[in-house]
Design a protein around this ligand. Structure first.
Ligand code: AMP
Length: 304
């Protein structure tokens, strides 16, 4: 009933930060989002990998509440992304994007998944996101994410996507780029006017902003002393957020949306503590709820 369909990339990431590097580690927008969402709700993952994709990664996904019946294996190489970060960990510099099996990928939504009430279109080519929207059967709630590459290459297709979603997740720099203005508040409002009921702007270590018709909510990021690798933080945030909403039956009351933002923010704070999904793999529900409690304390104040 609360099943969440997630479509996006499953990748092998090579990442360099000032604190170390990894080569061909498990990554991808759908991977992080599915893993995060699986803490809250059953997930159905649709994506593609190549025949070089390590079997242990498939086993990891299967060990969670993630149905991988929609994860195709195609002949060829898995999608690869490599990126680097400087001391300002908020901005990823893409070094290389090798689409490989994504070049010919056509998302096929298995018939058992078409009736998913909740759909998250993780970062992927907007034309593929549109094709997913054409295949699903009246979901209760649809959310999408994107990135600077698609804003530059396919702004019109992306506009068609966001016209059809309830939630748009986008990071700070990308919101400015897409809206063509520097004020984040104006950018959030403009993006919202293009279709989505809600826009969530992710601001890395500065937290997140939620825009709705009657809502403007700001949540902090968890104040971590050491961040090793921000890769996947945005996908984890979105997966946690949408997973939380699915688990609460799609309740989009103001109070529930605020909780979803904070859960997303808490979840993302674990991803950045290690490379790839290493920290998420050992995360317990108790540790997550404790971080949510600390986040509540962090910005609470009394007023006479
Ligand atoms: P983020 O949450 O924004 O840090 O997303 C990082 C993830 O996005 C990495 O694991 C990459 O594999 C994935 N990624 C990077 N570029 C693309 C792309 N063009 N399409 C789909 N996924 C991508």
């Amino acid at each position: 009933m609360n099943e969440l369909l997630i479509v996006g990339s499953v990748a092998l990431d090579s990442v360099k930060t000032p604190f170390g590097n990894v080569k061909e580690a498990l990554g991808g927008s759908a991977t992080y989002a599915s893993y995060a969402a699986s803490f809250f709700t059953p997930v159905r993952l649709v994506g593609v990998v190549g025949d070089d994709f390590p079997v242990e990664h498939v086993e990891l996904l299967k060990s969670r509440r993630i149905d991988i019946g929609g994860l195709q294996t195609a002949r060829g190489k898995t999608f690869r992304w490599s990126g680097a970060y400087e001391y300002d960990l908020n901005e990823a510099h893409t070094l290389a994007t090798e689409l490989n099996v994504f070049e010919t990928f056509k998302p096929h939504i298995p018939s058992a998944y078409k009736k998913s009430d909740f759909v998250f279109l993780a970062n992927i080519d907007p034309d593929l996101q549109l094709s997913v929207l054409d295949q699903v059967d009246k979901p209760k709630l649809v959310a999408c994410d994107t990135m600077n590459l698609w804003i530059r290459l396919k702004p019109e297709a992306l506009k068609r996507v966001i016209k059809r979603v309830d939630f748009l997740f986008i990071n700070e720099g990308e919101a400015r780029l897409f809206a063509g203005m520097s004020s984040l508040i104006k950018a959030g409002r403009l993006l919202q006017s293009w279709g989505p009921k809600f826009v969530v702007i992710k601001k890395g270590e500065h937290g997140a902003l939620l825009f709705g018709d009657k809502t403007l909510f700001a949540a902090p990021a968890f104040p971590l002393e050491d961040v090793y690798d921000p890769t996947g933080a945005g996908d984890t945030f979105a997966g946690g957020f949408v997973g939380y909403l699915a688990n609460s039956g799609g309740d989009i009351s103001d109070a529930n949306l605020r909780r979803a933002v904070v859960y997303g923010s808490a979840m993302a704070s674990f991803t950045v503590e290690k490379f790839s999904l290493e920290r998420l793999k050992t995360l317990s529900v108790g540790q997550l709820t404790e971080r949510v409690r600390l986040l509540k304390e962090l910005s609470h104040f009394d007023h006479p």
